[in-house]
Design a protein around this ligand. Structure first.
Ligand code: SF4
Length: 437
């Protein structure tokens, strides 16, 4: 299948910012009951106290609006007072979302969490894990566990259900198995998130510096067998999704902080029934949903409620007035009803497929972060990217990567050779510089 290029200008740049965002990220414990390959948090089994958690939340209150608080860790279900934590977050006006591997979730605990006000779960399940509850070696084999957890949440009702999984070049080909599976359950599986394996090259081309000193970061990411041979991009995942979902088209994104063309968060809204895909909502839909929510509640929305996501038909009808992609979905919906009038009795849903590419390193050493990072967390009263908190904890500052002089020398040599072979490059460069001046 030929690749259909993802073009930022075709999608809505989410209006999220440092101080007004859909999400904030709260870490309440280091403890975890799994050891995912590639996890960047050491597990030292320290739980934050309720007082410390309250202090972190007050920092969010003071510095940043957000719709929900992602409760993370470690695994947050390992925290002995997780129910009180959820209650505290809900009472302070946020939607509490639990980011968990689900191992410690029981029916009894789920009931308590529901009563405490939990709004959603994002379950991390993938083949980076060795799990007793799903001894799978492929993503497809994990689908039965995903379904079991989705059914547990559905039985409680009113809780948003998302699954995320890390993807590397070695598991890229398994994406269609998960998409095909999720398509069958839009009523209980609301979001699927593919997170590209973070695999910065820590040795070879760069020197690393912190606090004026050259440091040795080790090469843990490079050594992992799971990470694969090359970094993936959102385009790779989009191509895979399209193999089983040809209509797939994103509608909202966050760009990279250095590379404007990179997609760091790429969202899509599938309009569907349990039997078929009608289409994908366009950028105007995303823009309107975000702004209507902000006008009504003063926050950019994240994690829509299951009841809203089951309004696929009325949403399509309403937003087709403004969004051309919704009009296309509406046409398909109507023709489906005409082909088989019984389809009118099937509920239509909105389901989300999201692709996240965490921090990656540019060839000049700059770190390409998610511009307007949704996963900012609190450490000692300040906000930091959660994906790079270890640098702060270990060195007291972020680490800078500097290309090694041998690499720079080599590049210079190659440039010189090119110039000797083709002197017109110099003329072009002079011309360009004159234009810039
Ligand atoms: S910048 Fe890092 S912490 Fe923030 S969303 Fe991206 S990967 Fe997550």
């Amino acid at each position: 299948m030929t690749s259909k290029k993802l073009i930022p200008q075709n999608y809505y740049r989410l209006p999220w910012s440092l101080t007004d965002n859909g999400i904030s990220w709260l870490e309440i414990t280091d403890a975890c009951n799994l050891a995912c390959e590639g996890c960047y948090r050491p597990h030292i089994n320290k739980h934050k106290t309720l007082q410390e958690i309250h202090e972190d939340l007050m920092v969010f209150k003071a510095k940043r609006k957000s719709d929900c608080i992602s409760i993370a860790g470690g695994d947050p279900l390992m925290h002995p007072q997780i129910v009180e934590v959820v209650k505290m977050i809900a009472s302070m006006g946020w939607k509490p979302i639990l980011n968990t591997n689900g191992v410690a979730l029981t029916a009894k605990l789920l009931k308590q969490l529901k009563a405490a006000g939990v709004a959603g779960f994002t379950f991390h399940i993938d083949t980076t894990q060795v799990r007793a509850d799903s001894p799978a070696s492929t993503e497809k084999e994990h689908n039965h566990l995903r379904l079991k957890l989705a059914k547990m949440l559905a039985a409680e009702g009113g809780i948003s259900c998302s699954f995320n999984q890390t993807v590397s070049i070695d598991t890229l080909n398994q994406i269609p198995d998960v998409v095909e599976w999720a398509k069958k359950f839009p009523d209980i599986v609301h979001t699927i998130v593919f997170i590209l394996f973070r695999s910065p090259k820590l040795t070879g081309e760069f020197d690393f510096w912190a606090n004026g000193k050259k440091i040795n970061l080790g090469d843990t990411y490079e050594k992992t067998s799971w990470g694969g041979k090359r970094l993936l991009t959102a385009q790779d995942v989009a191509d895979k999704i399209r193999e089983v979902e040809p209509l797939y088209e994103p509608n909202g994104y966050l760009n990279g902080s250095c590379d404007a063309d990179s997609f760091k968060w790429l969202l899509s809204t599938r309009v569907c029934s349990k039997k078929e895909t009608f289409g994908y909502a366009g950028p105007r839909f995303m823009e309107l949903v975000q702004h209507i929510h902000h006008l009504l509640y003063g926050r950019w929305i994240s994690y829509s409620s299951p009841s809203y996501l089951s309004t696929g038909r009325s949403s399509t009808l309403l937003f087709s007035l403004f969004d051309s992609k919704m009009r296309v979905a509406l046409k398909r919906m109507v023709s489906s009803f005409l082909k088989n009038p019984l389809n009118i009795f099937r509920t239509s849903y909105l389901q989300t497929f999201t692709i996240i590419q965490p921090v990656d390193m540019m060839s000049d050493g700059r770190m390409n972060m998610c511009d307007s990072c949704p996963d900012l967390t609190v450490h000692k009263g300040e906000l930091y990217w959660s994906c790079r908190l270890e640098e702060i904890k270990e060195f007291g500052c972020f680490v800078n990567a500097v290309p090694k002089s041998s690499v720079r020398d080599q590049e210079y040599k190659e440039d010189q050779e090119k110039l000797i072979k083709n002197p017109t490059i110099i003329e072009d460069k002079v011309e360009q510089n004159i234009l810039i001046l």
